[in-house]
Design a protein around this ligand. Structure first.
Ligand SMILES: C[S@@+](CC[C@H](N)C(=O)[O-])C[C@H]1O[C@@H](n2cnc3c(N)ncnc32)[C@H](O)[C@@H]1O
Length: 236
């Protein structure tokens, strides 16, 4: 595990710079394609308004950015932000046909936007990668308009009896086998494992959102709690 915030930033940045062209495929394999189902459920719950302004923090290869762009329509706009130029490059190819998207290089810990700018701010599988979860949540709060919605989709701690052991065994025994198939990706697998194990459970994460000032914090676990959505509002 990285020992300082700087070490974590450097490690994470390197992982995503290296994995960018393989990220989408690995994501499908690692999650047994479940991530697509989770994303759809989250979008359904969000009921994004047409014409809205959205920000997708840690957008990576822009999967969630694209879903948001479709939801806000031509009269709306989505900004995707990520600190990996290589991940953004893949995202730029995928969003080339979207006039209502722009992707910017930037740090989730210090968002390059004015206060009260967006109607929606999302972060998908990004929060566990930043060196200070609370600081990133505070930044999302700052750039949201009053009444705006924040949504986080992230790995979580499984809650179903027996599932936790299975999940740990999956990481310990099954994932390394995938890693052998994709030999170049061992470092990335190992980071996924470490960051997922160390991430707060859904109750603890809900407290972090509330502590940043968000209200009506709700959460929902998916696939036995392997991942979870947190949704909350900035007070009017
Ligand atoms: C697991 S990927 C998720 C990508 C995308 N949101 C998705 O749902 O597939 C995590 C992304 O977070 C980005 N990231 C990690 N730390 C960051 C930071 N401090 N600032 C901006 N982006 C960051 C990485 O470069 C990577 O693209």
């Amino acid at each position: 595990m990285p020992r300082t915030p700087e070490e974590k930033t450097e490690l994470v940045h390197g992982v995503f710079e290296n994995i960018s062209t393989r990220y989408d495929r690995l994501n499908d394999i690692i999650s047994f394609n479940q991530h697509k189902r989770w994303r759809k459920k989250v979008m359904k719950r969000m009921q994004v308004s047409r014409g809205a302004q959205a920000l997708d923090v840690c957008c990576g290869t822009a999967d969630w950015t694209i879903q948001l762009a479709q939801a806000v329509g031509k009269s709306g706009h989505v900004t995707g932000l990520d600190f990996s130029a290589n991940m953004l490059e893949v995202g730029k190819q995928k969003t080339a046909a979207y006039d209502n998207v722009n992707l910017v290089l930037g740090n989730a810990m210090e968002l390059p936007f004015e206060d009260n700018t967006f109607d929606y701010v999302t972060i998908g599988f990004g929060l566990r990668n930043v060196p200070d979860y609370s600081k990133a949540i505070e930044e999302m709060y700052r750039v949201l308009k009053p009444g705006g919605m924040v949504v986080c989709l992230e790995t979580s701690q499984p809650t179903l009896p027996g599932f936790k052991q299975g999940y740990e065994a999956y990481f310990k025994y099954v994932m390394p086998q995938f890693g052998k198939v994709f030999a170049k990706s061992m470092k990335e697998y190992s980071w996924l494992q470490q960051s997922a194990f160390n991430f707060p459970d859904r109750y603890a994460l809900a407290k972090l959102f509330a502590a940043a000032g968000f209200e009506k914090v709700e959460f929902k676990g998916f696939t036995g709690g392997v991942s979870a959505m947190h949704l909350a509002y900035k007070p009017q």
